[in-house]
Design a binder for this molecule. Structure first.
Ligand code: PRX
Length: 653
C-alpha cells in the first residue's frame, strides 16, 4: 500500500472552485450543509423525502427501508413506478421539443432526438418487444454499438418491466453466450454493425456466433439496421427492428412495476473466472441516478451533457440511459473512437455541439494528452463549464492537463468514485462547493456512509494508514444481489465485519480533511482502461488454449491504460528459450481477445516451467507482480516450493 500512496500524493496544491461557476451552481454551500445535516439526522427519512420529490410514483410507498433480511436490503418496497415514464412521459408537457439526444456517428452523421421523439421510439420498440412475447420479468440482452437505439432498447425494456442486460459490443461471442445463458434471456437486441476506429463492429455476426454455441432460452433477435452491411437473418428467429416496429402503436402504457423490480443486470468481473450478474432494482437505482446527476453534474436546463462511456458499462447506464434522461437534459452520444480522424475528435464534438459538461475516464485523458496540446488548442472549448472523471484514480499530471488545457482553469473537475455495484456516484465533490485536490475523489455524498476501516471494522483516523473502503449503511441504488446467486452476493460484499458493512473491494485512505484517496483493488481484479477484469477470467481463457497447461495473470502499471495485463504461462510442451516466444505470444493474445474481448489482451506473456507456489500449492501473486514490474524480489521467499523458478520468471535464464 505504501508505494501506491506515494504515487497519488505527488500534487499537493488544492483548487478552489471558480467563483463564477460557484455563483450559478444548483447547490450552494449552505444547501450542501443542509443535505448532510438531514442525512445525518435521519438516514431513511432523508432518502424517503428525496424519493417523493424526485420521482413520479404510480403508487406511493409507505415503507422506506426494509432491513429484515440483511444484506438483502429493499427500498420503497410497496411503491410502484415506471422508470421509462420517469425519463420520458414526465417531460412531454414541459420539454417535449427539447433535444434529448444529439447523436454523432463516427462517419459524421448527426441525428437529433427530442424528448417527444424518444417517447415515440421507445413506445414503438416496447410494443415490438411485447408482440414477440417479451413479458414482465423476461431478460433481454442488448449487444449494440454506441447508438441511440441502445438507449431506446433499454428504455423500452424498462417500459414493459423486462430486465435488460447490456453486453459491451466489444466483448466476444463467447462472452456474449455466457451472459445470454446465465441470464436465460428470451431476446437479444443488436445491430447489423457499427463503426469504431474506422472498422466495422460486426455485432450481428457476434450474436450469430454466440447462438451457434447453443442458447436454449433465446427466441428472438432484433436487428437494427445501422451500417447496411450484409448479415444473415435466420427466419423465425431474427427480425429487423424497422419491420418489428412498422405496425406498432405509437403509445405504450408504462407498466406499473414494484420499486424493487429488477431494472437491469450488468455482468462484471470478480475474483473468480465467472462474471457475475449485478442486479439493480428500479426505484432506488433511479433515485440515486437523478440525485447525483443534479448534485455532482449540476445539470441545468440549458446544459449540453456528454458522458463518453459506452452503454455496455455502468457509467453508460446511469449517466447516459437514465440519469440525464430523468433530469430532462440534452446529451451527446458519439458512436466512435476518440482518435478518428485524429486526436481532436472529442474536442471538435465539444465545440460543434456546445458541450458544457464533459465526463470521461482517466485513460482517455491520458491517451489524448499524449497526442499533444495542439488538438484541443485548435478548437473552441469555451462552452465547457464542468469536467468529470470516473473509473480509476486519476494521476495528478493528467488531472492538471485536463484542468488547464481542456478546462481553461475555469472548470471544476468532479472525480467520481463508484462501482457497477453502487449504481451511482458515492464519493465525489460538489462542483462549486468542494475544494478539489488532484487525485482525490474528495468526500462521500450526502446519505452515503462511506468510510475507511481496519480489519476489525474500526474507522481509521490516521491519514498515513490505508484500509478497506466500506459503506456502513444501505443506500437506495445499491445492488440487490447477484443474479441467481445470493450466496455469492453475501460472500463477495459482506464477508467481513460480521456482515455489517458493504465491502467495496478497494483500499483507500483518508487525509486530514476527510478526503478519500483510492489506492487500488484488494481482490484479484485488474483495472484496464477503467474496466474491471478478473485475473482468473483471463487465466481461464489462457488455459482453454490447447498448448497451455497453467497460467497466472497479474496487473502491471501502464501509462495510458492505468493497468495492463501480464501473463505467466506454463506450456504443456517445452518452455521456449529465455521464456519468450513472440509468435506463440501473439497467438495466445489473439486467443484471449477471442475468448473475452480485445480489452483483455495481455501486454506481455512470459513462459516458465512452472509457477511460484507455496508448499500448499498457492500461487505467490505478490512475487509475480514484482517480477512483472521488473522490481527486485523483496520479502520472504522461504515458503516457495521451487525458489529456483524466480530467475526463470525474470527471464534471466
Ligand atoms: O477500483 C475502483 C475503480 O473502479 C472500480 C469499479 O469499477 P466498475 O464497476 O467497472 O465501475 C467503473 C465506473 C463506475 C472501483 O472499485 N474506480 C471507479 N471510479 C474511481 C475508481 N478508482 C479511483 N477513482 C475513481 N474515481
Amino acid at each position: 500500500m505504501a508505494e501506491n500512496l506515494e504515487s497519488v500524493l505527488k500534487e499537493n496544491r488544492v483548487f478552489e472552485p471558480d467563483p463564477a461557476f460557484a455563483r450559478a451552481a444548483r447547490i450552494q454551500p449552505a444547501d450542501l450543509e443542509e443535505l448532510y445535516r438531514r442525512a445525518e439526522a435521519d438516514h431513511e427519512g432523508f432518502w424517503a423525502e428525496l424519493a417523493r420529490s424526485e420521482l413520479d410514483w404510480q403508487k406511493p410507498f409507505t415503507q422506506t427501508l426494509d432491513s429484515s433480511d440483511p444484506p438483502f436490503f429493499q427500498w420503497f418496497t410497496d411503491g410502484e413506478l415506471n422508470v421509462s415514464a420517469n425519463c420520458l412521459d414526465r417531460h412531454l408537457d414541459t420539454r417535449g421539443d427539447k433535444t434529448a439526444i444529439l447523436f454523432e456517428g463516427e462517419n459524421g452523421d448527426v441525428h437529433r432526438y427530442t424528448y417527444r421523439d424518444m417517447y415515440r421510439e421507445v413506445c414503438l420498440f416496447a410494443n415490438a418487444l411485447k408482440a414477440k412475447g417479451v413479458e414482465h420479468g423476461d431478460r433481454v440482452i442488448i449487444y449494440m454499438p454506441m447508438i441511440p437505439q441502445a438507449v431506446i432498447a433499454m428504455q423500452a425494456c424498462a417500459r414493459i418491466g423486462a430486465i435488460h442486460s447490456v453486453v459491451f459490443g466489444g466483448f466476444s461471442a463467447d462472452a456474449l453466450r455466457d451472459r445470454i445463458n446465465d441470464s436465460q434471456a428470451k431476446a437479444v437486441v443488436t445491430a447489423d454493425g457499427g463503426t469504431r476506429g474506422g472498422k466495422l463492429q460486426a455485432t450481428k455476426k457476434g450474436v450469430d456466433d454466440a447462438l451457434a454455441g447453443g442458447c436454449e432460452s433465446l427466441e428472438t433477435v432484433f436487428v437494427y439496421q445501422r451500417t447496411g452491411n450484409d448479415v444473415d437473418m435466420q427466419s423465425g428467429r431474427d427480425v429487423w427492428w424497422h419491420d418489428a416496429v412498422a405496425d406498432q402503436p405509437e403509445e405504450c402504457e408504462p407498466a406499473r412495476v414494484n420499486a424493487e423490480h429488477p431494472l437491469f443486470l450488468l455482468y462484471t468481473s470478480g475474483s473468480t473466472g465467472k462474471p457475475k450478474g449485478i442486479q439493480h432494482a428500479s426505484a432506488g437505482y433511479l433515485l440515486n441516478a437523478v440525485c447525483t446527476t443534479k448534485w455532482v453534474f449540476d445539470i441545468q436546463d440549458e446544459d449540453v451533457f456528454w458522458c463518453t462511456a459506452d452503454v455496455g458499462w455502468v457509467t453508460g447506464h446511469t449517466y447516459v440511459a437514465y440519469g440525464p434522461m430523468a433530469c430532462g437534459a440534452t446529451q451527446i452520444i458519439y458512436e466512435g473512437a476518440p482518435t478518428v480522424p485524429d486526436g481532436g475528435r472529442f474536442w471538435k464534438i465539444c465545440q460543434d455541439h456546445g458541450v458544457t459538461i464533459f465526463y470521461t475516464a482517466p485513460t482517455a485523458i491520458r491517451a489524448l494528452m499524449k497526442l499533444g496540446d495542439e488538438f484541443p488548442q485548435s478548437y473552441d472549448l469555451s462552452s465547457l463549464r464542468l469536467l468529470g472523471t470516473v473509473g480509476e484514480p486519476i494521476n495528478p499530471e493528467a488531472w492538471m492537463w485536463y484542468y488547464s488545457v481542456i478546462g481553461g482553469e475555469r472548470c471544476p473537475i468532479v472525480d467520481t468514485w463508484w462501482q457497477t455495484e453502487t449504481g451511482a456516484h458515492m464519493i465525489a465533490p460538489l462542483p462549486g462547493v468542494t475544494t478539489m485536490k488532484p487525485g482525490s475523489c474528495t468526500r462521500p455524498l450526502p446519505g452515503i456512509a462511506a468510510d475507511v476501516v481496519d480489519e476489525d471494522g474500526n474507522s481509521i483516523t490516521n491519514p498515513e494508514q490505508g484500509g478497506y473502503l466500506v459503506v456502513k449503511k444501505p443506500w437506495p441504488s445499491m445492488l440487490r444481489t447477484i443474479w441467481q446467486n445470493p450466496q455469492r452476493y453475501k460472500d463477495t460484499y459482506w464477508p467481513m465485519f460480521d456482515g455489517r458493512f458493504y465491502l467495496a473491494g478497494d483500499s483507500a485512505h483518508k487525509d486530514d480533511d476527510g478526503y478519500f484517496w483510492i489506492m487500488g483493488r484488494i481482490d484479484d481484479v485488474v483495472n484496464v482502461s477503467g474496466h474491471r477484469l478478473g485475473t482468473m477470467e483471463v487465466e481461464s481463457a489462457l488455459v482453454a488454449h490447447p498448448q497451455v497447461a497453467e497460467s497466472a495473470v497479474v496487473g502491471i502499471p501502464h501509462d495510458v491504460k492505468g493497468e495492463g495485463i501480464f501473463a505467466f504461462v506454463v506450456l504443456k510442451g517445452e518452455r521456449p528459450e529465455g521464456g519468450i516466444d513472440e509468435a506463440l505470444s501473439k497467438e495466445l493474445t489473439d486467443w484471449v481477445a477471442k475468448q473475452i474481448g480485445p480489452i483483455a489482451k495481455p501486454e506481455a506473456i512470459r513462459f516458465a516451467d512452472n509457477l511460484p507456489k507455496t508448499r500448499s500449492g498457492k500461487i505467490m501473486r505478490r512475487l509475480l507482480r514484482s517480477v512483472a514490474k521488473g522490481d527486485e524480489i523483496e520479502g520472504d521467499t522461504s515458503t516457495l516450493e521451487n525458489p529456483a523458478i524466480i530467475d526463470q520468471l525474470q527471464g534471466k535464464i
